[in-house]
Ligand binder design. Structure first.
Ligand SMILES: O=P(O)(O)OC[C@H]1O[C@](O)(CO)[C@@H](O)[C@@H]1O
Length: 561
């Protein structure tokens, strides 16, 4: 409580009003700290209906979060006092909401329909996106159905080279929707500069039947340029430069750099724009590899799912607005209840990439400690976002979620209808999801645990076992259910989290669309690298000097690979 008391009177951003707001929320947080979630359900049998909503193919349930009617009203009032509706309108209007870079953030325009109206900035972005989709459609159809039209033989494999926002989204979408795209090429993703995967791909793939797509908004990212260069050389060695060029595509906002580095012709460069951040770019030509795998119809369905959530976010009042709900829950858990991490557990192997995708979306967007005006934030901003697929996760870290010293809010993501006929498996999967969220909330106290240990004669041992086997419970979670896992529901799910991230940033008073924190390490890496070649390098400290010396000595001693 000390921390909460300390934060009273220190509003989270300049749009956030008053000491009164902070103290109201602090008192709700203090009150709810002593309340059990199961008790809230007992008091209000209709709690599920109150705290869950349907949105297109999604069902969102926050009823197992530590909120009650009064706290929720206070949170909604707080969202209004932070000007969430105004900020949302500014976002859709194409105002420079990314203030530090003086750019708008118009990723919603990428999935707009041709006749979706808006401000001139919005319409211009929408039209550029539509033109790009048309170019993509022509290329996708050619590659999938008539490769001869663009001078190619049958394409069996595509290597998508990109990292961060130029990788997570397409990688997730391809894995999630695998098998739903008819007979498209297999898409492989190459992000890391670690040469192991690259080496393996070059050994396995046939250059004659492989396309390479270099995805980089800046076209200045070390990993992508290095990997792209190696693949380009591989194509050239096998097929000669003219054939290599036919198989090389780029998706970038820096066409000049792509032309300079790879002599790419414009027909093989698809655009990105400054008004779309990397981690919000799946919906642009960054999704080209997804469209190659799924077909253009499938890709357009992904966009349509996201558009449905855009409309909801834009039009629904705060109290019915699901991105606002999720952001308030996150902010409540992090800033007021002190939950420092947030676990994402999808119960579907096809969503294995979701925790990593959301980790970048939320942590790169909201991992900030100063507000948009440069002043320090008053309250913690983003939690550590992590997680993995259930039920596997249950056999790894759920022990700590149930009985550890930290309370970790969990997002459980499930799919109601599977795409296979193994119903018993699917029932078991869903039962696990439901059981875990219920168990985290209900727990089992020492008295109940004591009763299960009637066979233990020694009272001291029985007491000790009861303590060890008890579950504190009262651990919050959100559940999101997708009707099925298809392009629409995936698009809707990702757009829901995108807008949640934006609202969370607004509650914190920070800019979610820049990422200055990734620069320092990048520039140091390029200055240290010459040291690994034995040349003079920037050695920032004695530890780095020692490590460099160790690496150089071992590499010198190692036989050539
Ligand atoms: O698309 P680019 O310019 O290669 O950048 C890749 C990634 O690198 C970052 O700039 C920093 O990690 C991300 O924001 C971005 O998604």
């Amino acid at each position: 409580m000390g921390r909460l008391a300390e934060n009273r009177g220190s509003p989270g951003n300049d749009a956030v009003s008053t000491e009164f707001d902070s103290s109201v929320l602090a008192s709700h947080a203090a009150r709810l700290a002593g309340v059990r979630l199961v008790g809230l359900f007992e008091q209000e049998p209709t709690r599920f209906a109150r705290f869950s909503r349907r949105l297109g193919p999604l069902l969102v349930d926050v009823s197992k979060q530590a909120i009650d009617g009064d706290a929720w009203q206070a949170l909604l009032q707080h969202a209004a006092s932070c000007a969430v509706p105004l900020r949302r309108d500014a976002l859709f209007a194409g105002e420079p909401v990314n203030a530090s870079e003086q750019r708008p953030a118009l990723h919603m325009a990428l999935r707009a329909a041709r006749d979706d109206e808006g401000t001139p900035a919005w319409c211009e972005a929408r039209d550029q996106a539509q033109a790009c989709l048309e170019r993509m459609a022509a290329l996708v159809d050619a590659v999938r159905k008539a490769p001869g039209v663009i001078g190619l033989p049958k394409i069996t494999d595509v290597v998508s080279v990109g990292i961060g926002g130029s990788d997570f989204g397409p990688r997730l979408a391809c894995a999630a929707l695998a098998g739903q795209g008819g007979s498209g090429p297999a898409v492989h993703f190459l992000a890391n500069v670690d040469g192991g995967r690259l080496d393996e791909l070059m050994r396995r793939l046939d250059p004659e039947h492989t396309l390479v797509v270099l995805v980089s908004k800046s076209f200045g990212t070390q990993e992508t340029l290095l990997n792209g260069g190696v693949l380009y050389e591989w194509l050239c060695r096998a097929l000669g430069s003219e054939q290599a060029h036919r198989r090389l595509f780029a998706v970038t906002a820096n066409a000049e750099a792509a032309r300079a580095a790879f002599a790419l012709d414009d027909a093989r460069i698809l655009p990105m724009w400054d008004f779309v951040g990397g981690r919000y770019s799946l919906w642009s030509a960054v999704g080209f590899p997804v469209a190659l795998a799924l077909g253009m119809d499938g890709f357009r369905r992904l966009l349509a799912g996201a558009r449905q959530v855009d409309r909801h976010f834009r039009e629904a009042p705060l109290e019915e607005n699901l991105p606002v709900w999720l952001a308030l829950v996150s902010w409540w858990n992090r800033a007021w209840l002190g939950r420092a991490s947030h676990c994402i557990v999808p119960y579907d192997d096809r969503l294995e990439g979701l925790p990593g995708y959301l980790q970048q979306l939320e942590m790169e967007s909201n991992g900030k400690r100063v507000r948009s005006d440069g002043e320090p934030v008053a309250l913690p901003t983003v939690p550590v976002v992590w997680g993995s697929v259930g039920s596997n996760a249950q056999h790894a870290y759920f022990q700590a979620l149930h009985q550890g010293t930290d309370v970790v809010p969990v997002d459980f993501i499930g799919v109601v209808k599977p795409d296979h006929a193994l119903d018993e498996n699917h029932r078991a999967l869903l039962a696990n999801l439901l059981a875990q969220s219920a168990a985290l909330m209900r727990g089992r106290d020492e008295a109940a645990t004591w009763a299960t240990l009637a066979g233990v004669a020694d009272p001291a041992l029985r007491r000790s076992l009861a303590a060890q086997k008890a579950f504190p419970g009262n651990r919050p979670s959100t559940t999101i259910l997708l009707d099925r896992l298809d392009p629409e529901s995936l698009g809707a799910l990702l757009a829901l989290y995108e807008h949640k991230t934006f609202v969370h940033a607004t509650l914190c008073g920070i800019n979610p669309f820049d990422q200055w924190g990734v620069e320092l390490g990048k520039s140091l890496a390029s200055r240290i690298e010459p040291g690994l070649r034995g040349e003079t390098a920037v050695v920032p400290d004695a530890s780095t000097a020692g490590l460099l010396a160790h690496i150089r000595a071992l590499r010198k001693a190692a036989p050539e690979a």
